[in-house]
Write a protein that binds this ligand. Structure first.
Ligand code: 8DG
Ligand code: MN
Ligand code: MN
Length: 371
C-alpha cells in the first residue's frame, strides 16, 4: 500500500443500504450536530429537511476516519449546501453555532419536552406552544384534555424518557417470551429494532412474534396482551389489529410507512430486580419498578423475513432500502412483501439475505445497518 502524506479523500456509495454502518463512529461531533438539526427539523414538522440532515449524517457515519478538511468530502453523496456549511463550521471552530443555538432555543426545548410525552407528536406540541404551554407543569395546569396514550405518557414521563439498557431489554424479552409461549406454544419471539443492531441502549424495546405454521399466529396479540395484563406487566397498551388483507391500496404500497400488522404499542412495568432504582425527586420514595416503552408486532411466517427487515431499522436504513427498491429496481418494498413492478409479481423470501439478493444488494447484517 502507498503511504500518502496528504489527507485521504473518501468515497461512499449513494444509498445507505449499500454501505456498512457500524456503531463505531469516527465523526461523532459532526454527526451529533447534523442529527440535532435533523431532530429540530422533525420537531418543526419539516420532514424533508430532516431527511436531508439524516442522510448527510449517515454519510459521515460511514467514513473510516475522522474528517479533517472539507476537501476530503468532495464528490460524496447527500451533502447539501446547508450540511456542508455545518460541517465547515465544526471543522473550523470545533462546534456548530447553528446546532448550539438551536439546542439553547426555548422553542426547541419546549418541542422536545412536550413530544417526550408518549402519544404527543410535533403538531400537538406546536399547538400547545401556540397556546402558551411550554412545560409539563404548564400542561398539567392548563386542564387541556389528553387522550389515553398522552395521559399514560405524562404519568410515566421519567421512565419513558430514560434510556433502556440491554439488560432491561433482555428482562422484558423473557417476560414477552413467557407470555407468548403460554398462550401459543411453538410461537417465536425475535428482538428487533436498535437492540438487534447491537445498540447498548434504546428508547424502547421492539419484538416481532410469529408461528412456524401459517395462520396459527392469527388473533395472537389480544391473548398475549391479556396474559401480560393479568400478570400486572402493563401500564398502558393499545392494540391495533391486522388490516393487511382488507386494505385496498395493494399490499406492497401501504398508505404510509405504517404497516398493517397486528401490533401493540405499550408501556411495561419492569421490576427493579436488584438494580438501584433511580430517584426522580430526592424526597420521593424510590419506585421498585420502572416504565419501559415496548412495541410488539405479530407477523405470519410467510411475511416474517420482510417484517424482520422492516422492524430492525435503522429508520434511515429502511427509508434508503425502499428508495433503492423504487428508484433503482422498480420494485416496491414494504414490511409485508417485495413487489417487482416490471415483472408484475411478488418476489418471495424466507430470509433477509434473500431480500437483499432480490434487490441486487450485498447482504448487510443488522450490526451494520446503523445508518
Ligand atoms: P431506538 O428504539 O433504540 O431509539 O431505535 P430503533 O429501535 O431503531 O427505533 P424504533 O423507533 O424503535 O424503530 C424500530 C424500527 O421499527 C425502525 O426500523 C422503524 C420501524 N417502525 C416503527 N414503526 C413502524 C411501522 O409502523 N411500520 C414499520 N414497517 N416499521 C416501523 O417504528
Ligand atoms: Mn426501538
Ligand atoms: Mn419501536
Amino acid at each position: 500500500a502507498e503511504c500518502l502524506n496528504f489527507a485521504m479523500v473518501f468515497s461512499v456509495p449513494n444509498y445507505a443500504c449499500q454501505r456498512r454502518t457500524t456503531l463505531e463512529n469516527h465523526n461523532a461531533v459532526l454527526t451529533d450536530a447534523l442529527s440535532l438539526l435533523a431532530e429540530n427539523a422533525e420537531l418543526e414538522d419539516e420532514d424533508g429537511r430532516g431527511v436531508a440532515f439524516r442522510r448527510a449524517a449517515a454519510v459521515l457515519k460511514a467514513l473510516p476516519k475522522p474528517v479533517t478538511s472539507l476537501t476530503q468530502l468532495r464528490g460524496l453523496p447527500c451533502l447539501g449546501e446547508h450540511s456542508l456549511r455545518v460541517i465547515q463550521d465544526v471543522l473550523e471552530t470545533g462546534s456548530s453555532s447553528e446546532a448550539e443555538s438551536t439546542k439553547q432555543s426555548e422553542r426547541f426545548k419546549a418541542l422536545k419536552v412536550l413530544t417526550g410525552i408518549f402519544g404527543v407528536g410535533p403538531k400537538t406540541a406546536a399547538w400547545w406552544i401556540r397556546h402558551g404551554i411550554n412545560t409539563l407543569h404548564q400542561l398539567r395546569a392548563s386542564g387541556h384534555t389528553l387522550n389515553r396514550a398522552q395521559q399514560a405518557g405524562l404519568e410515566h414521563y421519567d421512565g419513558v424518557n430514560r434510556p433502556v439498557t440491554k439488560a432491561e431489554a433482555d428482562a422484558i424479552g423473557e417476560i414477552v417470551e413467557t407470555a407468548v409461549t403460554s398462550v401459543l406454544p411453538g410461537a417465536q419471539v425475535t428482538l428487533t429494532g436498535g437492540f438487534r443492531r447491537g445498540k447498548l441502549t434504546g428508547h424502547d424495546v421492539d419484538f416481532l412474534i410469529t408461528h412456524p405454521e401459517e395462520g396459527r399466529e392469527e388473533g395472537l396479540m389480544p391473548k398475549v396482551v391479556s396474559w401480560l395484563e393479568s400478570q400486572g406487566f402493563l401500564l398502558y397498551q393499545k392494540t391495533t389489529r391486522n388490516s393487511y388483507l382488507e386494505s385496498k391500496d395493494g399490499p406492497a404500497r401501504p398508505a404510509s410507512n405504517m404497516d398493517r400488522f397486528e401490533r401493540c404499542f405499550s408501556i411495561f412495568k419492569l421490576d427493579a430486580c436488584g438494580r438501584q432504582p433511580a430517584l426522580s425527586q430526592a424526597d420521593e420514595e424510590p419506585k421498585p419498578w420502572r416504565a419501559v416503552r415496548v412495541d410488539l408486532v405479530v407477523s405470519p411466517i410467510s411475511q416474517f423475513a420482510f417484517a424482520l427487515l422492516g422492524w430492525t431499522g435503522s429508520k434511515l436504513f429502511e427509508r434508503e432500502l425502499r428508495r433503492w427498491a423504487g428508484y433503482e429496481k422498480t420494485m416496491s418494498l414494504s414490511s409485508h412483501a417485495l413487489y417487482d413492478n416490471k415483472q408484475s409479481r411478488y418476489l418471495k423470501a424466507t430470509s433477509e439475505e434473500e431480500i437483499f439478493a432480490h434487490l441486487g444488494l450485498e447482504y448487510v447484517p443488522p450490526s451494520e445497518r446503523n445508518a
